[in-house]
Each structure stands twice: as structure tokens, then as C-alpha cells.
Write a protein that binds this ligand. Structure first.
Ligand SMILES: NC(=O)c1ccc[n+]([C@@H]2O[C@H](COP(=O)([O-])OP(=O)(O)OC[C@H]3O[C@@H](n4cnc5c(N)ncnc54)[C@H](OP(=O)(O)O)[C@@H]3O)[C@@H](O)[C@H]2O)c1
Length: 267
């Protein structure tokens, strides 16, 4: 699979899953625009790691919940790269910006979720396709469990925003199909070296144990590298016939039945 010479913009690639995607694409010869919001040092570290892998790129800053900043970011990428072949919408605000149950969530928190996911994707895709060739790739990183369940109550804002994002993926897939530009969503399971590591230790332990004990049939959490591999796969020419889909990349966790104890399911 060669992606040599392609150019990508990955939002939120200073850290976490976005960084894993950036490094994996760089290993495949892709030039990467590393985007960050506040953590410039982390973005520069990612760019240095990209260069160590024999590729190159640039660093761009933007608050993706602001339309003018998204437009400015895409403008810088256009000036530097000329063309874009891969756009990955991955950035997500810090948890306190949106994490509140339905009866308590403020409209600011609701807007933080929707502006950074659905609206950001709408704005960025329209800007990006203007300098993308036919056959390019657009990917959104979602959390499909959160968009179709209701148990984790303070996730209501982000879950609803991810549902809207997934819907936009389907609409854009049809809009861009004639140009051979595929638009898909990747839904990681819980992933190491990401937002998970910012949760209280007790919550991290509970989540890890739950998955290792059986909820994830493969018996471990994902890594940013796992998700990078899936994104690279979907950027390949061979993936050109798949569009408008939500792909679970979670070691099988989404296959489990929440009504039956894992010990019984796994046999
Ligand atoms: N982690 C998981 O287990 C998991 C599971 C399923 C889905 N996901 C999805 O995967 C994506 C990445 O998650 P993650 O856990 O890897 O993220 P993370 O480690 O928390 O990193 C967040 C990234 O988004 C950037 N960011 C934060 N607020 C922003 C804003 N207002 N505007 C622009 N960028 C902003 C950060 O930039 P700075 O470094 O500058 O702050 C950083 O690059 C998200 O869409 C998330 O919903 C994650």
C-alpha cells in the first residue's frame, strides 16, 4: 500500500489518536499538516516524529469550534501544500467543555460539542474539497457507542454531536461520490495514550479491567497505532469502493451483547 507523496490534514494530531494517525500516515510516505489547539509543543514533537519517519509536514493551529479559524487553517494548508489528498476530522475539546448530564448541560457545553464535531466537519469538508483531487479521502473519527446509547449520561452532548457527525458523513459521501472522494467514519473503542489517560486513575483501571476481562474479545484496549493503521487502510486506493460507512475499530467490543454477562458470552 503506497501513499507516497500524498498530503494530509489531521485535526487534533498533536496528541492521542490523531498523533497515531499522523505517524502511521507518515510511515506510508504522507506529508502531514499537524493541527493543535493549545499544545504547540506537542504538535512540534509530532512533526519531529514525522520527520524521523522520513516524511515532512507543517504545524497549524485552530479552535475547530470557530468557523473563521477552520477557514484560516485550511487556507494555510492550501498555501503550503497546494493540494490535499486526505482530511481526517479527529479533534475533540477537553472533557469538561461538554461532559454534563441532560438536565444539567449548559448551552455552552452543548455548543462546544456540536460546533467542534458536526459544524466543524461541515465547514472543513466544504473548504477542503475545493483543493482535493478526485479520488481523495475524508475520514471522521467518531465514537459510535456514544452516539447510539444513553447510559453514560454526561456524554449526551458529545454523543448527540457524534450522531450528527455520522449523519453528515453519509450525506457528504453521496455528495462527493461522483468525484470518487470517499467519506467514512472510524469508531475506535477505548484507546490507550489518549483522553483515557486524563481520567481519574480509578476510572482508568475500571475501564481497562472491564475490557481486558472480556468486553473487548481481543482482550486489550486499542492504541493510537491501531487506529492509524485503519485510517491508512481507508486511505489506500483499494478502499475506493467503500463510502458513507461507520467502521468500528475496537477489537470486537461492539459485537458484545450488553444483556448477557461477558463470562457467559465468551463461553
Ligand atoms: N480516546 C478514546 O478512547 C476514544 C474512543 C473513541 C473515539 N475517540 C475519538 O477520537 C478522537 C481523538 O480522541 P483522543 O482521546 O485521542 O483526544 P485527546 O488525546 O484528548 O486529544 C485531543 C486533541 O484535540 C485537540 N483539541 C482540543 N480542543 C480543541 C479545540 N477546541 N479545537 C481544536 N482542537 C482541539 C487537542 O489539541 P491540543 O493538544 O493543542 O490541546 C488534541 O490534539 C476524538 O474525536 C474522540 O471522540 C476517542
Amino acid at each position: 500500500m503506497s501513499l507516497q507523496g500524498k498530503r494530509a490534514l489531521i485535526t487534533g494530531s498533536s496528541r492521542g489518536i490523531g498523533r497515531g494517525i499522523a505517524l502511521k500516515l507518515a510511515e506510508n510516505g504522507v506529508k502531514v499538516a499537524v493541527h493543535y489547539y493549545q499544545n504547540e509543543k506537542a504538535a512540534n514533537d509530532t512533526l519531529a516524529a514525522i520527520r524521523k519517519r522520513g516524511s515532512n509536514g507543517m504545524v497549524v493551529q485552530a479552535d475547530v469550534s470557530r468557523q473563521d479559524e477552520i477557514t484560516a487553517m485550511l487556507g494555510k494548508v492550501k498555501t503550503e501544500f497546494g493540494k490535499l489528498d486526505i482530511f481526517v476530522s479527529n479533534a475533540r475539546p477537553e472533557v469538561p467543555a461538554f461532559f454534563q448530564a441532560p438536565m444539567d448541560i449548559t448551552l455552552e457545553q452543548w455548543d462546544a460539542a456540536f460546533d467542534s464535531q458536526a459544524k466543524a466537519f461541515l465547514v472543513a469538508v466544504r473548504e477542503a474539497v475545493a483543493f482535493m483531487d478526485d479520488g481523495s479521502r475524508i475520514l471522521a473519527i467518531t465514537y459510535a457507542q456514544g452516539s447510539r446509547t444513553g447510559g453514560l449520561q454526561p456524554w449526551v452532548g458529545m454523543g448527540s454531536a457524534k450522531a450528527a457527525l455520522e449523519s453528515l458523513v453519509r450525506y457528504f459521501a453521496v455528495t462527493l461520490a461522483k468525484r470518487g472522494i470517499t467519506v467514512n467514519a472510524i469508531s475506535p473503542g477505548w484507546t490507550e495514550d489518549s483522553v483515557l489517560n486524563t481520567l481519574p486513575t480509578q476510572a482508568q483501571d475500571l475501564i481497562r479491567n472491564w475490557h481486558v476481562r472480556g468486553w473487548t474479545p481481543m482482550g486489550r484496549l486499542g492504541t493510537p497505532e491501531d487506529i492509524g493503521n485503519v485510517v491508512a487502510l481507508f486511505c489506500s486506493e483499494q478502499a475506493g469502493w467503500v463510502t458513507g460507512q461507520v467502521i468500528y475499530a475496537d477489537g470486537g467490543a461492539s459485537l458484545m451483547n450488553p444483556e448477557v454477562p461477558t463470562e457467559i458470552q465468551l463461553g
